[in-house]
Write a protein that binds this ligand. Sequence first.
Ligand SMILES: Cc1cc2nc3c(=O)[nH]c(=O)nc-3n(C[C@H](O)[C@H](O)[C@H](O)COP(=O)(O)OP(=O)(O)OC[C@H]3O[C@@H](n4cnc5c(N)ncnc54)[C@H](O)[C@@H]3O)c2cc1C
Length: 434
Amino acid sequence: MKSAAVHRIVIAGGGAGGLELAVRLGKRHGPEHVTLVDAAPFHIWKPSLHEVAAGTVDIHRDGLSYAMLAHDNGFRFVLGEIVSVDRQAKELRVAALRDAEGEVILPERAIPYETLVLAVGSLGNFFNTPGADQHAISLDTTEAAERFRLELLKAMARASARTDTITPGVVNVVIVGGGATGVELAAELHEAGRTISAYGLPGMTPDKLRITLIEGGPRILGPLPERVARAAEALLVERGVQVVADCRVSEVRPDAVVAQDHVFEADLCVWAAGIKAPSLISSLGLEMNPMQQVKVDETLRTSDENIYAMGDCAAAPWLGTDKTVPARAQAAHQQASYLVPLLSARMRGEVPPAQPFRFRDFGSLVSIGHGEGVGSLMGSLTGRKLLVEGWMARLMYAVTHWSHYAAVLGLWGATVRSLSRALSRRSQPRVKLH
Ligand SMILES: Cc1cc2nc3c(=O)[nH]c(=O)nc-3n(C[C@H](O)[C@H](O)[C@H](O)COP(=O)(O)OP(=O)(O)OC[C@H]3O[C@@H](n4cnc5c(N)ncnc54)[C@H](O)[C@@H]3O)c2cc1C
């Protein structure tokens, strides 16, 4: 491989995987070698988006500034949306940055690379369901989650003043998709609804936020053991969430979700029933799977020898199975760790280490609000699945969140962040109300 005077690694997307990679490579090699590009100025860990949607995470208070992380960890940060990749010229094109009035702050830019790492995540997949892209919100970006939060607040405020409808004062939220995202959102919304009611919307008692969770398969949390799914469903039902399984949605209307034999009234519809890679990936002319994820080999390299891909946008072989690595934050995290020595060697013009990427499934944890969780963990000694429930599962879930922040802020930074969040909760409402 011919090595340039300065080997520039550009990481496209600073999410669960890309940001951890930028931090670790930046610390080793510095900003002349490592560049991170992201469309957003701050980072929110994607598994927290259901909390953003429910208002229990405030993006303006809890988001981590990429500019600060770049300064502290030795990488360069470029703010803007990547619109195309010129594989021949080996450069990315980043769209002009505009303010709310459309005035250009920064013009369109070209970012050259020797090695490109695609880490642009995924978007909701509506599977061509009529009306879904117009009337349902998919929690795939921070903006979408924030938009949902504001729509929910408006719907609750309107409902609290409504007197002339058949069911006055009711807000119906329908969540399509009973995977971890849908289940966590249902529980979080239930708690947020109680808090918002408590802060004085006249007539808007907690039971008037009606949450329905629709799953196309025979049960919620399909990939998790049945006992975990049953425990999660029992907790949701206890909280008043209507759980409907074996129900295929055929259309989303402005005020309803239509399934085979039922129409569910919906003031708001959230789509959490599958993912696909962003269109940037399909524009590259690389090999893809039906979810538009770019195919990579067991070293996470695409069919272009200068382009690697990781996280949700990549279809990586899950060695030892006939599946691809699941689209999960723990996979993105493991892939970031795997790529650090590989890309460092590449940067030095050495032959990268030959070991393939092996995904280790440590199990899944699902939060059911703030005091409960359920999950199944892979026992490292027994190799068998251990079932965890209740506050213990919730605590372990919180630890997985904390570990991401420890990976990007360091142990001390992540601890200070957690403490300051805990303290600030004493002077602020538990749910963001504006
Ligand atoms: C509500 C919710 C809950 C979840 N809970 C869990 C969980 O409990 N456990 C778990 O393992 N997984 C969970 N997941 C899945 C997990 O969030 C993803 O698998 C993980 O975030 C994927 O990481 P990534 O680095 O591939 O992409 P992401 O974390 O999605 O990051 C992608 C980044 O790319 C940027 N980007 C995208 N396109 C462009 C562009 N054109 N130009 C510039 N920047 C761009 C985005 O701004 C973003 O910062 C959850 C997902 C959701 C939505």
